[in-house]
Design a protein around this ligand. Sequence first.
Ligand SMILES: Cc1cc2nc3c(=O)[nH]c(=O)nc-3n(C[C@H](O)[C@H](O)[C@H](O)COP(=O)(O)O)c2cc1C
Length: 362
Amino acid sequence: MEYFVASDGNDDSKRLRSSNQAHRPIYSPDSPAFDGASGLLFEQAMAQTRMAVCLTDPNLQDDPIVFCNEAFQQLTGYRTEEIIGRNCRFLQGPDTDQAQVGRIRDAIRSEEVVVVEILNYRKDGSTFWNTLHLGPIYDENGALKYFFGSQWDVTDIHQSRADERHAKAMAREVSHRLKNVFAVIGGIVNITGRSMNARDVARKINERVQALGRSYEPTLDEAVLGTIHVGQAIRAVLAPYDPENDRFVFTGNGIRTEPNAISAIGLTLHEMATNATKYGALSQAGGTIEVSWAHEKDKFARNSLVIQWIERGGPRITEAPEMTGTGFDIARTLLGHSRGVLETEWEPEGLNARILIPITHG
Ligand SMILES: Cc1cc2nc3c(=O)[nH]c(=O)nc-3n(C[C@H](O)[C@H](O)[C@H](O)COP(=O)(O)O)c2cc1C
């Protein structure tokens, strides 16, 4: 094999050239530690590691490669004889970022350790993202002897980071457009209501539409995950009914659910909060509502998202009021689309309600 493991057999203690280089975990292959059995060990370790490794000699013209391991050949597609004697820049190509090349050049000039992510080219012209780690190696007199380089193919990681960035940008765009749509709907409803002398109806419709919008808003950025954070949606829908932030007690974890269910949850909670403001716990000072959510087996033995709503401190309930009206009709219809139900129990201290929605995935 045509690689290079030099040894001068000098037993003097090896010192790094300056103290600020003392932390660098790079060892010289020509130190006595690489003699004999250790030399063999170095040879075998370099042969077996999946990390591409090379050494260059900065004392030769144009800092050529004097050693490379098997993984370096595998990564680049070149054979040893095509590699030894060349400067590593032969791996660069037209789309390689010159700013990164500049960083490497500066690091080499000032004999610093550097880690860069750089686009490189294989022998067959295909590209890969290379996390290149390089640093100087000194001899026992502190003279610069080699540069050590390790190359790691991070193309997959690079791609998934790019995908993630793209998905987030898309989600932000969708979120922005959706907010616009809700604003436009609000405008249309208001103007139509005014022109038809039906401002009250328009206001009611708008409240519902806006509640729907709010239930999606905080989680849209994450909608790329395919599911929505239940707690965030619940808090967003209910926030306008609790300006002092002291009426709702939320209990739940970070469970998520599919976006379809969120419309039903958003509208149902909006109706319940509107009712509570008029007749229930929010109609009186000091009244509170406990809202909790969890994944549970529901009474139909389905794995469900269960949202519990318990009102306390409102007017005493003597007779169960009818939870009817357009709002609840819409909420029940939407819940039905997700095979969900709304259960209500009127206790003397207040409403105790449960929204059950079976989980289809996630
Ligand atoms: C040990 C060592 C390993 C290197 N490995 C790579 C590499 O894998 N890919 C790359 O693009 N450049 C690599 N380089 C950088 C180039 O060899 C060269 O230093 C860089 O292009 C800046 O110099 P230039 O402006 O003269 O081209 C390495 C440099 C050294 C010293």
